[in-house]
Design a protein around this ligand. Sequence first.
Ligand SMILES: [Mg+2]
Ligand SMILES: [Zn+2]
Length: 278
Amino acid sequence: MAAPAAAAAAVEVLFDFDKTIIQWDSDDWVITKLGAADAFNRLRPTMRWNSLMDRMMGELHAQGRSADDIRECLRSAPLDAHVLSAIRTASALGCDLKVVSDANSFFIETVLEHHGVLGCFSEINTNPARVDAQGRLRISPFHDPTTSPHGCSLCPDNMCKGKIIQRIQGTDGAKNKHFIYIGDGKGDYCPSLKLGEGDYVMPKENYPLWNLISSDPQLIKAEVHPWSSGEEFERILLKLVNKLITLHAHGSQLDYKCNMSNPVSTEVGHHQTLPVPN
Ligand SMILES: [Mg+2]
Ligand SMILES: [Zn+2]
């Protein structure tokens, strides 16, 4: 029996980007490959990451690197074929996919578009980026620390992923949804703490998120499923997605007393029987 689309829409998969969707950190990839590592190492002790990245884009521009050079560089960043396949399958099954990342919109859109999966995502929550009139890439904070500080002590001042998850959890219909959160970094811990029972978190094994979860597993309400390779990423994600779709399809049948595999139902409960589509 094919799962009703409504069942799959009840599954929302939230992806971190750096070292989760792509194998490297995209900031690190661009800085290293385009030869700005010296400037980066010089400035790192004095600047916060988000403003440092904006500054680094200025360095690259001063060195004659165009936005197209950066785009070209990002297209060569390695991405595991299993991760791509997992994204395509989860999307084809009808799950709602979103990115939640402390990279930036220019980097993420370039990579996802290059691999043909940009259309699989309904939202990309990240630091906004734009190419200015001089052709320099500008990167701004997601939460402006001066005008709208997020007030979370776990997260960097430009982005609290937990606040983003809470916004998604507060949208229409989200109460009946199951969330699967996949990430590797320290910044993925705050959103993992916001997940509830019936949700899942997939931390990359031996990375900061996994270490933080392992240090006090009681704090996490979601079920924890670690992964360490693209192959495991795909296998575990699709197993969870299929489980949730089946569970939800079954739940809807109980709600409506309508068994889709046996449409000529003799059910005469107090629930109204759904009309059988032709
Ligand atoms: Mg990451
Ligand atoms: Zn936070």
